[in-house]
Design a protein around this ligand. Structure first.
Ligand code: PLP
Length: 372
């Protein structure tokens, strides 16, 4: 069976993890964490990059940092992972979903303004499949209404919008290094990216259990103490070491994934012309990271058939999010503003094909022929 996902692995991770293990410092923020932070801060030209145990935790930190209070509203798409919403619900927010664009599966920027109320505090665009949301429009709306923008860039590392890296545009952003993402820090991991200087000092405190330990380590205070809200949002040095092995090969991983993506795309073009499948759309201003290769079938039944045909050919293919507004917790904590014209309908047509670093042409050809 050709697996839907295989965690990325370059070969250097073992050595770095062992080095970290024997370095005498295996809790976080050691040498490998510092290297990772510097790598991201240089690439993203952000004010601060902080490794976290997951993208979920990075989003939770963002929700604390923008001081979400019970009753605040946060606008996002319903077609996303639970953590996008949960991070804000944990602080008492009400989630306000608006419809997605059928071409990119991203939040429809044209629908955001109508969903804004005096309670609205933030917009959370999710860059689905590593393809950017319409960020210029979103940032303009946010500025007009004095809202925060937190990019859920879990899938977006190495992607750009008008030449700018995803995660570097909003006030803050979150990356994921879960094993299903393009880069992993030993299975679980994430990154909080801060682009607005105002959040930097407090982010370090929240991440260190609400203490000023980071300042203490830098010699800025002579003892550390409990100063604010916080939790344990700091990953182990072993995770950072594993990730470092991947950051060194970031370009190579990205190039290989993009090659696989284009191979799929070219091979499916004849089927698209026959009207059998619909191919993903990437707006011209977006360069993506080939996080995902998906197709859309005519309807949910034809998708089920496609998944079955692929399975019979030895190819594991899977659908994706069940829209959050139709989930049990979603019904409790959210509202959907406007019409659900595309969120449910488009999600029911979408199927994801195997996509990972090291996927070979032969496997891609197998998937294409299973649907031909
Ligand atoms: C993977 C993912 C997350 C969660 O990432 P974790 O690192 O597993 O917490 C959040 N949002 C989106 C859009 C994701 O794809």
């Amino acid at each position: 069976m050709i697996a839907f996902n295989k965690p990325p692995y370059t070969g250097n991770e073992d050595q770095y993890v062992l080095t970290a293990m024997h370095s005498g410092k295996i809790s976080g923020d050691g040498e490998f964490s510092k290297r990772c932070h510097a790598w991201f801060e240089e690439r993203l030209a952000c004010k601060k990059a902080l490794l976290t145990p997951s993208c979920t935790h990075a989003l939770e930190m963002a929700a604390i940092l923008i001081d979400i209070q019970p009753g605040d509203e946060v606008i996002m798409p319903s077609y996303t992972f639970v953590s996008t919403a949960n991070a804000f619900v944990l602080r008492g927010a009400k989630i306000v979903f608006v419809d997605i664009r059928p071409d990119t599966m991203n939040i429809d920027e044209e629908l955001i303004e109508a969903a804004i109320t005096p309670q609205t505090k933030a917009i959370v665009p999710v860059h689905y499949a590593g393809v950017a949301c319409e960020m210029d429009t979103i940032m303009t709306i946010a500025a007009r209404h004095e809202l925060f923008v937190i990019e859920d860039a879990a899938q977006g590392m190495m992607s750009t919008y008008k030449g700018r890296p995803l995660g570097s545009i909003g006030h803050m952003a979150a990356y994921s290094f879960h094993e299903t993402k393009n880069y992993t820090s030993a299975g679980e991991g994430g990154l909080l990216i801060i682009n607005d200087e105002r959040f930097v000092a407090r982010a370090e405190i929240i991440r260190e259990k609400g203490t000023n330990r980071s300042q203490f380590f830098r010699g800025m205070v002579d003892k550390y103490t409990w100063v604010d809200l916080g939790s344990s949002y700091l990953p182990s040095e072993l995770q950072a070491a594993y990730l470092w092995g991947q950051l060194e090969k970031a370009e190579e991983i990205n190039a290989a994934r993009c090659e696989s993506w284009h191979e799929y795309y070219q091979s499916f073009l004849p089927l698209e012309r026959l009207g059998l499948v619909e191919l993903p759309h990437v707006p011209v201003e977006c360069a993506h990271n080939a996080h995902m290769f998906y197709l859309k079938l005519k309807d949910i039944d034809r998708r089920a058939q496609a998944i079955k045909s692929l399975k019979m050919a030895g190819v594991q293919a899977v659908f994706h999010y069940v829209p959050l507004h139709s989930s049990p917790a979603g019904k409790k904590h959210s509202i959907f503003v406007g019409e659900d014209k595309y969120t449910t309908a488009e999600s029911e047509r979408l199927v994801r094909l195997p996509m990972w670093f090291g996927l070979d042409s032969c496997s891609i050809a197998k998937a294409v022929s299973a649907l031909s």
